[in-house]
Ligand binder design. Sequence first.
Ligand SMILES: NC(=O)C1=CN([C@@H]2O[C@H](COP(=O)(O)OP(=O)(O)OC[C@H]3O[C@@H](n4cnc5c(N)ncnc54)[C@H](O)[C@@H]3O)[C@@H](O)[C@H]2O)[C@H](O)CC1
Ligand SMILES: [K+]
Length: 523
Amino acid sequence: MNDKVNKPQNRREQIDQIVVTAQQMREIEGRIFKAGMPVAALMEKVALRIAARIQSLYPLSNRMKVGVLVGPGHNGGDALVVARELHFQGYEVLIYRPLSKIKELTSYHSDYAASLGIPFYDEIEPFQECDLIIDGLFGFGLERDISGNIGNEIALLNEWAQPIISIDLPSGIHTDTGAVLGTAIRATRTLCLGLWKLAFLQDRGLEYIGDAELIDFDIPLTDIWAILGKPVAIARMTKAAALNCLPLHRNLLTHKYKQGHLLLICGSKRYSGAAILSGLGARASGVGMLSIAIPESLKPLLVNHLPDALIIGCAETPSGAIADLPDTVDLSNYTAIASGPGLTVDAKLVVQSVFGAECPLILDADALNILAQLRTIPTLLRRREATVLTPHVGEFKRLFPDSAELLPDRISAVRKASQLSKAIILLKGAKTAIADAGESLWLIPESTPALARGGSGDILTGLMGGLIAQPIKQQESLAKIVATAAWWHAQAGILAAKERSELGVDPLTLSQYLIRVLLALLN
Ligand SMILES: NC(=O)C1=CN([C@@H]2O[C@H](COP(=O)(O)OP(=O)(O)OC[C@H]3O[C@@H](n4cnc5c(N)ncnc54)[C@H](O)[C@@H]3O)[C@@H](O)[C@H]2O)[C@H](O)CC1
Ligand SMILES: [K+]
C-alpha cells in the first residue's frame, strides 16, 4: 500500500477536500460493510467519537442535563449510544423518542438505554430545562418533509435558547441540496460524520448547520475513490489544496518578467475607486508586472495609489469610461488580462477588443454585464484560451438565464453554465462555487459576511488576475488556481473580521490582510 496515501496528515488532508451526496455515502459505507465491518460495530465506533467530542465541548459540570433526540434510523442509533455514554459519565440524560417504529439496531440501543433507567419521553416539553440538546432525529436517510408532531416539536426547540449539537446533519436538512424539508433543527454545531455532505457547501443549509466540523471514522481512501473516482467531481478548497497554488516560494534566480504580467482594464470617471482596489488586489498577488488600463483622466490618481504599476491612460467616452485601448498596447505582452471593475457598460468596445486575447481572460462586474448584452455562450465558445467569469447571482442570471433556473441549487446551476460555455465560472455566495467544464467543481467552505460589501469583489478580481498571470506549478488546473484566489480572499476576510469585527473589513483593509494570510501559512 502506498504509505504516502495513508500517511495520517495526507489522509486527513485528502478527506477534508472530499464532498459526498447521501447516495455516495451509502455506497461507500456499503463497501465497508461488505468488507466485513459489522454495522453495529461501525455505529459504536462513530458514536463513541461523537460522545467524546461532545464531552470535550461540554465538560460535565454540576449535574448537566442533556436532552437526546432519537429518530427512527441509525442517526437515532448514534444518538442512543451517545446518550448511554453520557449517562455513564454522570450527565443527567433524557431521551425524546417521538416514533415507535424504529430500525432494529436502533431498537436494541433504545431497549438498553431504557434498561439503564434513562427516562424516555414522546413530547418535547420536559427538555426545556436541558442545558444541551443532542439531535439524532434524522441524518442522511431523511427522505421527505418532516411533518406532524415532530415538525411542531422542532419548531418549539428552535425557539429555546439552549445549544443544540446535530449528529451528521441538522435534522430536516436535505443531505445534498441543504434545503429545509418541512422544518429543520437550527443547530449550534453540527458534527458531520466521516465525509462532508454536500449540504455543508450549499448556501441554504448555512443558518441551520451552525459551526461545522468533521468527525473522521477512518474510512479507507480506497473505498472513497472506488465510488467517487479521481479526480473527484466536487472538492472543498482547503489550506492544503491552496498551498500548491499560492506564490509562497520564489525561484532565487527569478526576476520581475518571470513572475507574470497582468493587464487590468478597469475604472471610469464614475467608479475610479474600483480601479485602485483591483490594482491593490493584483499587487497583493505577487505578480511580477502589473499594467492598469484606465481612462486618461484617472492616470494621476492611479499613479498616486499604485506607483509600482504601469498605468496606461486610455481615450474616454463622453461619460468618462474607457473608449478603447491605445494602439501601443499589444495583448500578447500579458500572461493574463482581467477586466471589469468600475468599467460601466459604456466600455463595450474595449471589453470586446480583448476577447481575442491569447491568454487567460478574467471578466467581472461590468465586463460581465457587457458580455450579457452580447450573445454570451457563442462569444465565449469562440475564445481559444481560458475565460474566467466571476459573477454574483444577479450577474449569473443575466449571463445564463437557462442555467439560472436550477438555482437555488447553485452547484448544478454553475456546473451547467460552465459546461455550456466552456468557461470557468466562479459563482459568488456564502459558499462560492467554481466550475470548470471538464474538471472538479471547487467549493469554498468558509467565508464571512464581512466580505459582502462593495469593493471586496474588485480586490478579488485583481488578486485572481495576478495569481493566474504567474507561472504557478504547471500541474495545477486553472480552476484550482481560481479557487485558490477565492479561498485566499475569504481567509483574508475571516482574519480581518476576527481582528477588526465584521464591520471593520473595508476593501483597503482586506487587501492588507491578504499578505497576512500568506505569513500565517508560512509560519
Ligand atoms: N449507514 C451507516 O453505516 C452509518 C450510519 N450512521 C448514521 O446513520 C445515519 C443514516 O442512517 P439511516 O437509518 O439511513 O437514516 P436516518 O437515521 O437519517 O433516518 C431516517 C429514517 O427515518 C425515515 N424517514 C426518512 N424521512 C422521514 C420523515 N420525513 N419522517 C419520518 N421518518 C422519516 C427513513 O425511513 C429512515 O429509516 C447517518 O446520518 C449517521 O448518523 C453512522 O453514524 C455511521 C455508520
Ligand atoms: K441529526
